[in-house]
Design a protein around this ligand. Sequence first.
Ligand code: FE2
Ligand code: FE2
Length: 171
Amino acid sequence: MDKQLHDSLNEHLLLEFGAAHEYLGLAVWFDLHDLPGFATWMRNQSAEELGHANRIIDHLVERDLDVKLPAIPEPTMSWPSARAVVEEVLAKEQANTASIHRLHQMAQENSDRAASIMLDWFITEQVEEENMVRALLGRLRLAGDTSLGLLLVDQELAKGSVPGAMEAPAE
Ligand SMILES: [Fe+2]
Ligand SMILES: [Fe+2]
């Protein structure tokens, strides 16, 4: 594998582990703010991000390449509102998508077909994840900034009935 691609795949691990860690923190924030539906959703997303990191790790190991695990920063635990939290999740997902697209471009430029195929999965996954978070933000906007609206969306999440929200593909 091309060295720059190898280094970049290792560096990308920080985004996946970072998202897993931050989403776990956000799940705790939601739990502490009496929003168990949001908390469950975030906990599931955290587990998915760990799965993503492991997909890349497995690919490197299967190709007998070194894996460099990142130091993961402590996530912020102070948020002004549920909507601010979900907006943060969307920003994280968009940054992750951009990184995946850069990696895929690099794999193609190096004619690394195995890495390209591995990354194809992530491209599809990111479309689904961004769609899910946007759908959730849409529900929050419709609910307005009221406690009742928030409770309603939380109940939807608890039941998995927000469009796209609980339909993530099996990891
Ligand atoms: Fe991810
Ligand atoms: Fe994600």
